[in-house]
Design a protein around this ligand. Structure first.
Ligand code: GCB
Length: 600
C-alpha cells in the first residue's frame, strides 16, 4: 500500500471505504426463526435521508460524532430528526416523485425502547426484505451488511442494545449481483418488508425442518432441529415435539446444536383440495439454561415427487394449473400485505388454477403461509436472472446465500413444491457450473422437493435442449411463439422434436395487450391478439404428453422501465389483468376455460 500524505482525509479519499463493511456479512448462517419469547414490530415512520454518494458509510455517520474531543460542535452533514419521515416498510420510489428512479443509498433511522423482560434474554433484529445491500448499525456499533433484495436476515443486538436505542440502516443498489442491472421489472429500493425485534432465551431453536419423508408410503415424518447457545455456540439439551392431533409427543436429544428424529405417523395429507394443517409445538430446554424456548406453527404434510414424465402429489399425477405473478403493485411496489396476497389467490381460483409461479425472486414470507392455508402450490425462485456474472465467485456466493435464506425461511411450508434456481440464462459453461452448484445446494438444504429452472429453447435446433436439464427434476421452459417470434408454427415442431425424459413445465408464454385496446386478432397490443395467442397456445399444450404444468406470463401488468412504447408506457402489459389488479383482459377467460377443461 502506498504512503498516504498528511493531506489524506479517509472519507473523501478512500476508494475502498466499503471493504471493511464487507468483512462482516449477515448471511443465512445468522438467520433466526421468527418465533421465540416475543416479537415486536419496528415498522412505522422512520427518518430518511437520500444519500446520493454513500456519504453515510464513507464518513461513518453511524458513530454520531457530532462533537470534537473538547466537546465543541462539529459541522456534520446528517441531521436525523430533521429528515423527512418515511414509512417502513415501503419502497422509497413511490414515496415522492423525485425518488421514482433513485438508485443511490437511502439512510433510515429511528429510536426504540428495549427492556429485557426475562433473565438472560437475547435480542435480534430481523429484516424480512431490504433492497439490495443493507448495512445495519445500532448505538454507534456496526452489526453487519446483507446482500440480496428479497430474503430475510438477522443481526443479534444483545451486546449493544440499551433502554434507548438508535438504529441506522443504509440500503443501496448493487448493479453487478443477483440480479444484475438489466432486468425486466422495476428495481424498487429501501426497507420494503417488515422489521422485527425478536426476544429469545439464552439457548433457543434457531432453525427446524419438519416434513413427510418422500418414500411413497406417507407414514414417516422427519424432524431436524438446530439450537443455538450464547456466544454463537451450539446448544446441548433436549427438544420436544408435540403434534396434538396426531397424539404425538416426542423428545429429541440435541447434541452440539443438532437433533434429528424420524417417527411413524399417518397424517391426513395436505393438498389443494384438502389443505390440512397440523398445529405443532417445538420446545427446547438447554442443559445450561433455566428457561426454555417454544416454537408454535401450523404445518402440512404432503409428498411431491417426479416419476418419469409425471409430477406426483401424494403419489398421484397432477397438472400444475398456474400463472406467474410479480410482487409489483401499482401503489405499493414490492411491499405487500395479506389482503393483496389473498386477492391474488382469489384471481388464481377464478382461473380454475391450483398453482402460482412466484417470479423472479422470493416473495414476501406471508405468501407461502397463506398458500399453505388456502391450498395453493408454489414455485419459488431466486433471481439468477438473465446474464448475471456467472464467472464471478462473489456473485455465486451471493446467489447461494439468497437460495439458502429462501429455503430456510420456507422449507416447512407444504405449499412450496418447486425450488427454481434461475430464469432464462444462456447455456454457457460458466452458467452450467454456477447453476449446477446451486441445484446441488438446494438439494443439500432440502432433499424433499423437485428442483427446476426456467430454461430457454434451442432456437436453432427448434428443440427443448439445455445442458442444465440434467441437473433438474422438472424442466422449466419459457417460449414466446406468436409474440417475440411471430411464427407460431415453430411451437408444435419443437414439441414434436423434443423427447424429454422428465416432466416439462411451460413456465412462461404470452404477449402484451393494453387493457381496453381492441382490434383484429392480428393487431399488436390488442386484447384480441392476446386472446387468440392464448387460444393457440393452449391447443398445442393440451395435446402435448409431457407438459405437466403451465404458468403463462403473467397475472398482472407490472412496472418496467424498459418498456417505452405508447401502449406500454413503462409497464410490461402481458398481464391477463391490468395493473389495477381488477380489470380482466379477454385472454383471462381463455386460460380459465382451459384449466376448467383439465381433470383435477
Ligand atoms: C421473459 C422473462 C420475463 C419477462 C418476459 C417478457 O422471458 O422471463 O421476466 O418479463 O419474458 O415480457 O418479455
Amino acid at each position: 500500500m502506498s504512503e498516504k500524505a498528511g493531506t489524506h482525509i479517509s472519507h473523501i479519499h478512500d476508494a475502498d471505504y466499503e471493504a471493511p463493511y464487507l468483512e462482516k456479512m449477515l448471511t443465512s448462517a445468522a438467520l433466526v426463526n421468527e418465533t421465540g419469547w416475543g416479537l415486536e414490530s419496528l415498522n412505522g415512520k422512520w427518518n430518511f435521508g437520500v444519500d446520493w454518494y454513500d456519504t453515510s458509510r464513507r464518513a461513518k455517520w453511524f458513530l454520531e460524532e457530532g462533537r470534537d474531543p473538547g466537546g465543541r460542535p462539529l459541522p456534520v452533514d446528517w441531521d436525523w430528526e430533521a429528515w423527512e419521515r418515511i414509512c417502513v416498510p415501503s419502497c422509497w420510489n413511490l414515496a415522492r416523485k423525485e425518488l421514482r428512479y433513485f438508485e443511490g443509498s437511502g439512510v433510515y433511522t429511528r429510536t426504540f425502547r428495549y427492556l429485557p423482560e426475562r433473565e438472560g434474554e437475547r435480542a435480534f433484529l430481523r429484516f424480512e426484505g431490504s433492497s439490495y445491500r443493507t448495512s445495519v448499525f445500532l448505538n454507534g456499533s456496526y452489526l453487519g451488511t446483507h446482500d440480496g433484495a428479497s430474503t430475510p436476515f438477522c443481526a443479534e443486538i444483545s451486546a449493544v442494545a440499551k433502554a434507548d436505542n438508535r438504529i441506522v440502516v443504509v440500503a443501496r443498489r448493487r448493479v453487478d449481483r443477483v440480479p444484475m442491472e438489466n432486468i425486466d421489472w422495476f428495481n424498487y429500493g429501501g426497507i420494503y418488508r417488515d422489521v422485527l425485534l425478536l426476544r429469545t432465551p439464552p439457548a433457543f431453536i434457531k432453525d427446524w425442518f419438519l416434513r413427510l419423508v418422500p418414500d411413497g408410503k406417507f407414514q414417516t415424518i422427519a424432524l431436524d432441529v438446530e439450537a443455538a447457545a450464547p456466544g454463537g455456540l451450539p446448544a446441548e439439551g433436549e427438544a420436544r415435539l408435540r403434534i396434538p392431533d396426531l397424539g404425538m409427543e416426542l423428545p429429541i436429544p440435541v447434541r452440539k446444536g443438532k437433533g434429528s428424529i424420524r417417527f411413524s405417523a399417518r397424517p391426513e395429507l395436505w393438498s389443494p383440495g384438502n389443505p390440512r394443517l397440523y398445529e405443532i409445538e417445538l420446545g427446547f430446554a438447554g442443559s445450561a439454561a433455566a428457561s426454555s424456548d417454544t416454537v408454535s406453527e401450523r404445518v402440512g404434510f404432503r409428498e411431491i415427487t417426479v416419476r418419469g414424465r409425471d409430477i406426483l402429489l401424494n403419489g398421484k399425477p397432477i397438472f400444475l394449473k398456474g400463472i406467474c405473478v410479480h410482487e409489483d403493485h401499482i401503489e405499493t411496489g414490492k411491499t405487500t400485505d395479506e389482503a393483496t396476497i389473498r386477492a391474488t389467490i382469489a384471481h388464481l381460483r377464478e382461473l380454475n388454477g391450483n398453482y402460482l409461479r412466484l417470479a423472479h425472486y422470493p416473495h414476501d414470507g406471508r405468501f407461502a403461509r397463506i398458500a399453505d392455508e388456502l391450498g395453493v402450490l408454489l414455485w419459488s425462485e431466486v433471481p439468477v436472472y438473465w446474464a448475471i456474472a456467472f464467472d464471478n465467485p462473489a456473485t455465486y456466493a451471493d446467489a447461494e446465500n439468497q437460495l439458502a435464506e429462501l429455503v430456510l425461511r420456507d422449507r416447512n411450508r407444504a405449499s412450496v413444491v418447486i425450488w427454481s434456481v434461475g430464469n432464462e440464462n444462456d447455456d454457457t459453461d460458466a452458467r452450467l457450473s454456477f447453476m449446477s452448484r446451486l441445484a446441488a445446494k438446494a438439494r443439500e438444504l432440502d432433499g424433499t422437493r423437485p428442483i427446476s429452472a426456467a430454461c430457454l429453447i434451442n432456437h436453432e435446433k427448434l428443440a427443448i435442449e439445455d445442458r442444465l436439464a440434467d441437473q433438474l427434476d422438472i424442466i422449466g421452459v419459457n417460449e414466446y411463439y406468436g409474440w417475440y417470434d411471430p411464427d407460431f408454427s415453430k411451437l408444435p415442431r419443437i414439441i414434436e422434436n423434443s423427447k424429454p425424459s422428465k416432466p416439462v413445465v411451460l413456465c412462461e408464454f404470452g404477449g402484451d395487450a393494453r387493457s381496453g385496446e381492441r382490434g383484429s386478432v392480428d393487431d399488436l397490443w390488442t386484447e384480441d391478439k392476446q386472446a387468440r395467442l392464448y387460444e393457440k397456445q393452449v391447443e398445442v399444450i393440451g395435446a402435448c404428453p409431457y407438459i405437466k404444468g403451465t404458468s403463462p406470463w403473467i397475472l398482472y401488468d407490472f412496472r418496467c422501465p424498459r418498456r417505452l412504447n405508447r401502449y406500454q408506457e413503462l409497464f410490461n402489459r402481458k398481464g391477463l389483468v391490468d395493473a389495477d389488479r381488477k380489470t380482466k383482459k379477454l385472454a383471462f377467460s381463455v386460460m380459465g376455460d382451459f384449466y376448467r377443461s383439465l381433470p383435477d
